[in-house]
Design a protein around this ligand. Structure first.
Ligand code: HEC
Ligand code: HEC
Length: 197
């Protein structure tokens, strides 16, 4: 009896998701994710330094980024605004689930070891509170910094400091404090993130 119920439930669930999909015309999460592979790499680890890896970020961070790109006054971008417009909120949710489960492959890139060491200290002091575990953690919904392409982090930090991308208030305070204390501090931090494997 118990088993039958379980089988029945599976059949109903399976049937629902199939008919649900065909009714709404929604492709699977994998089909959707594959449309991003040309730039963000298969499974979200990008091959090019100007394109961020998106594997392993939290679903909330992913959804916020995509919804902000869709919004004309939202997050500044060179490319993503046009792309994000092509997807519904439901499709973005499916992709958020998919990419958050992929393991990010740290970028294979050069870094300055001395600067990285100094950057590790600065990270603890100014950034660790919200970018936990040396910037590796996705749990804080603040993106993943460790192993991200340095060039991309450079562009996006410029967007933040130029006001093209909204910087969280508390992060702004820390960044300004850092810049006052150490004009080369950001460079050290980015070398630290670039050094993480
Ligand atoms: C033509 C190349 C290209 C394609 C295709 C592309 N992206 Fe992007 N993506 C970028 C670039 C470049 C950025 C950095 C923002 C910008 O300048 O547009 C970015 C940024 C992002 C970010 C923000 C990452 C972060 O760390 O904040 C997310 C999320 C994202 N893309 C998701 C997607 C998804 C989902 C798809 C597929 C539906 C996709 N992208 C397709 C090039 C691309
Ligand atoms: C009070 C919390 C907080 C602190 C402190 C903080 N951040 Fe952030 N950071 C965030 C949040 C939240 C986001 C996501 C913002 C968004 O998507 O609009 C973010 C996003 C970022 C991004 C963009 C990631 C991406 O993939 O596009 C970078 C780079 C970054 N932070 C660097 C830093 C650095 C470097 C420091 C230390 C100097 C720092 N942050 C301190 C909360 C913080």
């Amino acid at each position: 009896m118990k088993l039958n119920k379980k089988v029945l439930a599976l059949l109903v669930l399976g049937g629902l998701s199939v008919s649900g999909n065909s009714m709404a015309g929604t492709p699977s999460a994998l089909d959707l994710a594959n449309t991003c592979a040309g730039c963000h790499g298969v499974d979200g680890s990008s091959n090019g330094p100007a394109i961020p890896s998106i594997a392993g970020v939290s679903p909330d961070y992913f959804k916020d980024a995509m919804m902000d790109y869709k919004d004309a006054d939202g997050r500044y971008s060179t490319i993503m605004a046009r792309i994000a417009k092509g997807y519904t909120e439901e499709e973005i949710g499916l992709m958020a689930g998919y990419f958050s489960k992929q393991k990010m492959v740290p970028a294979d890139q050069k870094f300055d070891a001395t600067q990285a060491k100094a950057g590790a200290k600065l990270h603890k002091k100014y950034c660790e509170k919200c970018h936990e575990d040396g910037g590796k953690s996705a749990e804080d919904d603040a993106g993943v910094l460790a192993g991200q392409w340095t060039a991309y982090l450079h562009y996006t930090m410029d967007d933040f400091t130029n006001g093209r991308r909204d910087m969280p208030k508390k992060m702004k305070k820390k960044v300004q404090k850092l810049q006052k204390k150490d004009a080369k501090g950001m460079e050290k931090l980015l070398n630290y993130y670039g050094s993480q494997k």
